[in-house]
Design a protein around this ligand. Structure first.
Ligand code: PEP
Ligand code: MG
Length: 912
């Protein structure tokens, strides 16, 4: 039979799968000899069995009874005894922390008879009755499903009746009366009495904790945090210790370092004469932890000693919950603590300096998401500001602008050069234009997977969602806060997409110190602790920057994946290079054909004769040559993958509607416009219902003679010219949207011939690799053939995701994606993070088959997934050669490629 229950003395911190985080760490502290109140853990396996069948698995009840008996023996008390009762807390604790999402019941074991025993033992009647009324309320709410307001109304009523400031001032008789009232409420609301059998209380409380795994808010939290649904929670049954037994008792939380800044020191809060939930409820103001030293020096010193032990043992920042019962310190919980992005980098650096962790461990303790946070502009930390409300940070950054309450206003104001924040209750596809125009988006409803959050993240707009406290009135174009602040349309507000805070007025924004420092990072290979690499800067910011630079260097030393950038201009290329890109993985050439040059392309496409077409091509060629010269020069010595023209035909043709209007007007007014009529006929002929799947990419190259040749010629000429100037240009020619090797062969034959011509013409030796994008399912399935004609593959995972799922990205992201995310069809948009099972599998097969045909085939990714941490871990696991992403994401990709190299072979893809 499975073992469902473990004593705290049997288990270690690595048993989180089975014992949950809290249980595993209680066991670890017990093993370390720290003062943990005795107890036992019911496993997540028991929870899963219970949730699957609706009843406790066989053997669980007996095992709980055995462990309870052992606990009673050790404490010399019996659960719910009438003279000296053992009381227990029943606490949830899943593998991953889900703060406040699941249930806990304290003081289990109190009954009409044992309350007297507790009063006797504690020598304090008031305390006993207070504990009892707390149990009935907690049990009533979590186990019996009674709405909390029934209890709080009764309590508030009594406080008012006695004309006292708070419940703390209620006397013993008041509390005894309150217990009677609470019991009446339970009978009335639940249709049964509050149970007087302590064992039944324990069984039912355990069930309630199991059930709380599946509450609405817990499910939502898991979806947002990407915690698997099927883990279940463990249940910890812990003998109660009391912080509310007078002024020599209390409860608190502590951190071994400041989780906000990483600063070393003593951080935490302490509340004398209180139980844990009082700290959370915030009824009374807490003391700073250092003030405990004056109240109880011995406990304070002991606590500091334990904190040092824990930090050395866990080799990381720990957060701790403790209780002091009449001068005796008890440890209720510890775990590796959450921290902000700057603190994460700073602490990793400090721990290396202290010799507690290795360089590799430091790298594994920071994430690309944290680095990205440090790279966004931020509100000036020294600027005075007061948040008027707080929601969830859904897309990072600091945005300031005039509040606009509808999309049209946002667009209008932004066209007038104003910065705008779009404020909505929630957004819908109709708000898209406004979101594009705004600096930031603020909604009072919705979570991290709401429409606003998904779309804003996709567009890189700062976004704060779910600010419940804001009353947004779309009628009057205002919002109000509970504090009475009111914002009218046009008032300036500031939003922090990291913290979720909303501020009145304009808060000054500063550029990221990390972004300023990254380009100048010396490329030396020094170890941390070396002279210039030590974290010891003048300020906390210096310290963070030094840590980031050092960890980046270690990531670069560690990673196998190359990191290139997607860049289309020389400026972008220089920027990417300064951020550590080892070349350009995708240079899109579309923008080089827009603006005034579009007319020339139109002429090429609509040409009736070879002469007309050649005239258009001749106009474009010198311009293209210049484009390529600039970009190759900026990336001198590094590869530049230039993609031949990709977009659909219609982008280069006159607008169908405009033309139709022109012709209709001409007909109506009897002024014939022959040119327009002819053009209209041609545009109609070429019109496509679904341009994304129409004449674009290589199809355009095959069908429009001379177009790709023009580009190849310009690339070859730019290369030859730079060579003659003694430079080292390294272009690679990439053909888009290939589905069949025959398409690629046609272009390749042309390109090889053209490059050879130019080589002869300029008298230089030119070899330019020619490869293809792999962005269609057919290409992935025929990769072994395509590799015959390609020297490299670059996976266009944007199009490959569209075509594999059959999604038109522009349509689906703004319409049903939020609903799909909400319903868990996927945990994250497949455009944001690679769908490893589907799209990723195609990539993996194609890369493998391609290399079978051509062992030296270079394989990379240039879709947006190239800059996404989880995707990078996947690409490392299938051993691609490089990723390519937007310049700003290059540092994130370098860091994650380093982290992925560390975990490759273990989990392959966990970048949590
Ligand atoms: C892709 O499809 O992944 C890609 C990089 O090309 P584009 O986004 O330009 O279609
Ligand atoms: Mg594409």
């Amino acid at each position: 039979m499975a073992q469902y229950v473990y004593d705290f003395s049997h288990g270690r911190k690595d048993d989180r799968d089975l014992l949950g985080g809290k249980g595993a760490n209680l066991a670890e502290m017990t093993a370390l000899g720290l003062p943990v109140p005795p107890g036992f853990t019911i496993t997540t396996e028991a929870c899963r069995a219970y949730l699957a069948t609706g009843s406790e698995p066989d053997g669980l009840a007996d095992q709980v009874a055995d462990h309870l008996a052992e606990l009673e023996r050790r404490r010399g008390q019996r659960l719910g005894d009438s003279t000296d009762p053992l009381l227990v807390s029943v606490r949830s604790g899943a593998k991953f922390s889900m703060p406040g999402m699941m249930d806990t019941v304290l003081n289990v074991g109190l009954t009409d008879t044992s309350v007297a025993g507790l009063a006797e033992r504690a020598g304090d009647k008031r305390f006993a009755w207070d504990s009892y009324r707390r149990l009935i309320q907690m049990y009533g709410e979590t186990v019996m499903g009674i709405e909390g307001r029934h209890f709080s109304e009764a309590l508030d009523g009594l406080v008012a009746e006695r004309a006292v400031a708070s419940e703390v001032e209620l006397g013993t008789d008041d509390l005894r009366g309150l217990v009677e009232q609470f019991k009446t409420i339970v009978g009335r609301e639940a249709g049964e009495d509050f149970p007087q059998d302590p064992n039944r209380q324990l069984t039912m409380a355990t069930r309630a904790v199991f059930d709380s795994w599946n509450t609405e808010r817990a499910r939502l939290y898991r979806r947002q945090e990407r915690i698997p649904e099927d883990l279940g929670t463990a249940v910890n049954v812990v003998s109660m210790v009391f912080g509310n037994l007078g002024q020599d008792s209390g409860t608190g939380v502590a951190f071994t370092r400041d989780p906000a800044t990483g600063e070393q020191g003593v951080y935490g809060d302490y509340l004398p004469n209180a139980q844990g939930e009082d700290v959370v409820a915030g009824i009374r103001n807490t003391l700073q932890l250092t003030e405990l030293a004056e109240l109880d020096r011995a406990s304070y010193d002991q606590l500091l000693g334990i904190m040092a032990t824990l930090e050395r043992h866990y080799r990381d920042l720990c957060d701790i919950e403790f209780t002091i019962e009449r001068g005796t310190l008890w440890m209720l919980q510890t775990r590796v603590g959450k921290r902000t992005a700057p603190a994460a980098f700073r602490i990793a650096g400090q721990l290396v300096d202290e010799g507690l962790i290795s360089d590799d461990e430091a790298l594994s303790r920071v994430t690309g998401a944290q680095l990205a946070q440090l790279m966004f502009p931020q509100f000036d930390p020294s600027a005075a500001r007061t948040a008027i409300a707080k929601g969830m940070g859904a897309s990072p950054g600091a945005a300031v602008g005039k509040a606009a309450f509808d999309s049209a206003t946002a667009v209008q104001w932004s066209e007038q050069g104003e910065d705008v924040i779009l404020v909505r209750r929630e957004t819908s596809p109709d708000d898209l234009q406004g979101m594009v125009a705004a600096r930031g988006v603020l909604t009072s409803r919705g979570g991290k997977t709401s429409h606003a959050a998904v779309v804003a993240r996709g567009m890189g707009r700062t976004c704060v969602v779910g600010v419940d406290a804001l009353r947004v009135d779309p009628q009057t174009h205002t919002f109000t806060t509970p504090g009475g602040d009111r914002v009218d349309e046009g008032d300036v507000i500031s939003i922090d997409g990291g913290t979720g805070e909303v501020f009145l007025g304009s808060v000054p924004v500063v550029d990221s110190a990390v972004v300023d420092a990254l380009p100048t990072a010396p490329e030396v290979d020094d170890a941390r602790g070396g002279e210039d690499a030590s974290a010891g800067g003048d300020t906390a910011d210096d310290d963070v920057v030094a840590s980031v630079l050092w960890i980046m260097r270690h990531a670069d030393r560690t990673r196998r994946l190359g990191v290139r950038a997607n860049a289309d201009t020389a400026d972008d290329a220089r920027r990417a290079r300064s951020l550590g890109a080892a070349g350009i993985g995708l240079c899109r050439t579309e923008h080089m054909f827009l603006g005034p040059r579009r007319k020339s392309v139109e002429r090429v496409i609509l040409a009736r004769t070879d002469e007309q077409r050649q005239a258009g091509l001749d106009e474009l060629r010198p311009l293209q040559r210049e484009d390529f010269t600039d970009i190759l020069e900026a990336m001198d010595g590094l590869p530049v993958t230039i993609r031949l023209l990709d977009p659909p035909l219609h982008e280069f043709l006159p607008d169908l509607t405009d033309l139709s209007v022109r012709v209709a007007v001409a007909e109506a007014t009897g002024t014939e416009d022959a040119e327009a009529s002819e053009l209209l006929a041609e545009v109609r002929r070429l019109h496509e219902q679904n341009p994304m799947l129409g004449m674009r990419g290589v199809r355009l190259g095959v069908m429009v003679p001379g177009l790709f040749d023009l580009q190849v010629r310009a690339i070859a000429e730019a290369t030859a010219t730079l060579r003659q100037r003694g430079r080292d240009p390294r272009p690679e020619i990439m053909v888009p949207l290939v589905a069949a090797v025959q398409e690629l062969e046609a272009i390749r034959d042309m390109a090889d011939a053209t490059v050879a011509d130019i080589a002869t013409e300029y008298g230089v030796d030119l070899t330019i690799p020619i490869g293809t994008m792999i962005e269609l399912p057919r290409a992935t399935m025929t990769a072994h053939q395509i590799a015959e004609a390609a020297e490299f593959f670059s996976f266009g995972t944007n199009d490959l995701t569209q075509t594999t799922w059959g999604f038109s990205r522009d349509d689906v992201e703004a319409t049903f994606f939020p609903a799909y995310l909400e319903r868990g069809v996927f945990g994250v948009s497949p455009f944001e993070s690679i769908d490893a099972e589907g799209v990723g599998r195609l990539v993996s097969i194609a890369a493998w088959e391609g290399k079978e045909t051509r062992p030296d085939l270079k394989v990379g990714v240039c879709g947006e997934h190239g800059g996404d941490p989880a995707s990078i871990h996947f690409f490392e696991s299938i051993r691609l050669d490089y990723v390519s992403c937007s310049p700003f994401r290059v540092p994130v990709a370098r860091l994650e490629a380093g982290r992925a190299a560390l975990t490759a072979g273990s989990d392959g893809g966990d970048s949590r």
